[in-house]
Design a protein around this ligand. Structure first.
Ligand SMILES: Cc1cc2nc3c(=O)[nH]c(=O)nc-3n(C[C@H](O)[C@H](O)[C@H](O)COP(=O)(O)OP(=O)(O)OC[C@H]3O[C@@H](n4cnc5c(N)ncnc54)[C@H](O)[C@@H]3O)c2cc1C
Length: 414
């Protein structure tokens, strides 16, 4: 029945591909549009963790205390380009207002609830795409160097517990029994056995995309510049001057979503938290699951062909230029954690799409029920991609929603 309805999904990252697959599974005619190779953006370089435990946002009351010193320290996983921050003061102020305790608690509750649905959205796509070989289901480990650092994380761990996240505290003996490749500097840790890992995030999106195409999906290698309304439909305008009509459009262009004209995004405070990775080819066997050194703000993840060191946060906009401070920081810290070669084989910069309240926009756009938003998933876009696609497909299909999306409404910014 849905075959007559044409849906455009703008952006073929992990979120766009997941939306496209869920819609295809429900019988819609779907066209994915992206000028770049599907999955080659931020979705390619992440830490690969299906982080269903990640309900603690970057927003925190500690930011007020720590931000000034962290911003200027070369030994911090966080940096803010002051010029950029001043030019984008409204986003910064909204971010800071969401660092108050009550707001952070609310964000954690909202994220915690949707994260419980992670596999409900993700696993059906893994099955549909026969992609189980791209996953490892050995859990995730968080490590701390000393009792004081472990104690600092206690409040967050309590919040996780309240949100239904299951994990166990582990001591040094247990850490090194599970991960003997870690250097002997860690004394306390947490083990999240229900977390999974993608062993090559680019391959996963490619697999989703290939399955989509094999099952009758359409793809246009174009950049969407604008979307306008015709009488009962939408017209998608591309950079090359071409255009075509569809019945509905889903915007899933990650950190670039608000550059598209005509979709009511001008009032949305979307910015980016830049993040980096380094890769050490052939060093993946040092670990058997992703391990995060909590205080150092990064993950070491054994990918299928390399050890990936991924993390840090830089507020500096969408420019392509890499900040050597972040690369040097990751290199130095990774060597403290693991026996790695002097130089990585690859470095990479990606753009997490982030609203100041750390919640994504999932649902009808501002101004039109024909256009839907699916962007702003900050640090957990891989994790939430499946459930986002499922919810978008339910909205377009007129089904009862399997999760309350009111907190993700873009109207919260009006
Ligand atoms: C260092 C780092 C580590 C991370 N680790 C994790 C992790 O372990 N687990 C996790 O869940 N998440 C993680 N993330 C976050 C996650 O990677 C992102 O949230 C996610 O990739 C966002 O996916 P997306 O599809 O929204 O965006 P993208 O992957 O950026 O895809 C957007 C696509 O839209 C296209 N596009 C842009 N503009 C247009 C246009 N006008 N027309 C058509 N197409 C357009 C782009 O070319 C791109 O392909 C991490 C991020 C970083 C940076």
């Amino acid at each position: 029945m849905n075959k007559d309805k044409a849906i455009a999904v703008v952006g073929a990252g992990i979120v766009g591909c997941s939306c496209a697959l869920w819609l295809q599974k429900k019988g819609f005619s779907v066209v994915l549009i992206d000028p770049e190779i599907p999955g080659s953006g931020t979705s390619s370089g992440n830490a690969g963790s299906i982080a269903n435990y990640a309900c603690i946002p970057v927003n925190s009351p500690d930011v007020f205390k720590n931000l000034p010193s962290q911003m200027f320290s070369a030994d911090s996983p966080l940096s803010v380009d002051i010029g950029y921050a001043i030019r984008h003061l409204p986003w910064m102020l909204k971010f800071l207002s969401n660092c108050r305790s009550a707001r952070v608690a609310r964000i954690s509750r909202i994220l915690g609830k949707i994260l419980l649905k992670t596999y409900e959205g993700f696993d059906p796509l893994i099955e549909y795409c026969n992609a189980e070989s791209l996953l490892s289901r050995r859990g995730f480990m968080q490590v701390h160097c000393n009792q004081a650092e472990f104690d600092n994380a206690k409040a967050s761990n309590q919040v996780r517990k309240e949100q239904g996240v299951i994990f166990a505290e582990i001591n040094a003996g247990e850490i090194y029994e599970l991960e003997p490749g870690l250097k002997k500097i860690f004394t306390k840790g947490l083990l999240f056995e229900q977390a999974a890992q993608v062993v090559n995030p680019q391959s996963l999106t490619t697999c989703f995309f290939d399955t989509f195409m094999k099952n009758g999906g359409d793809y246009k290698a174009m950049k969407v510049s604008a979307i306008s309304h015709t009488e009962n439909r939408l017209c998608v305008h591309c950079d090359d001057g071409g255009n075509f009509d569809v019945d509905r459009a889903v915007i899933a262009a990650g950190a670039f979503s608000t550059q598209i004209k005509g979709i009511g995004v001008s009032q949305l405070p979307l910015d980016t938290e830049r993040g980096y990775h380094l890769q050490y080819r052939g060093m993946q066997s040092l670990l058997s699951r992703p391990v995060s050194w909590h205080e150092a703000g990064f993950y070491a993840t054994p990918m299928n062909e390399a050890m990936r060191i991924a993390g840090t946060v830089e507020i500096a906009g969408l420019s392509d230029s890499k900040n050597p401070r972040h690369l040097n920081y990751l290199k130095r810290r990774a060597q403290q954690m693991l026996e790695l070669p002097e130089q990585p084989d690859q470095d990479w910069l990606g753009f997490r799409p982030t609203f100041p309240d750390a919640l994504p926009a999932i649902g009808y756009s501002l101004g039109s029920e024909y256009v839907l938003y699916a962007f702003g998933h900050q640090h957990i876009g891989l994790t939430l991609s499946g459930i986002t696609g499922k919810l978008i497909s339910e909205l377009i299909n007129g089904e009862e929603l399997s999760h309350n999306i009111t907190p993700f409404s873009p109207r919260r910014f009006l």
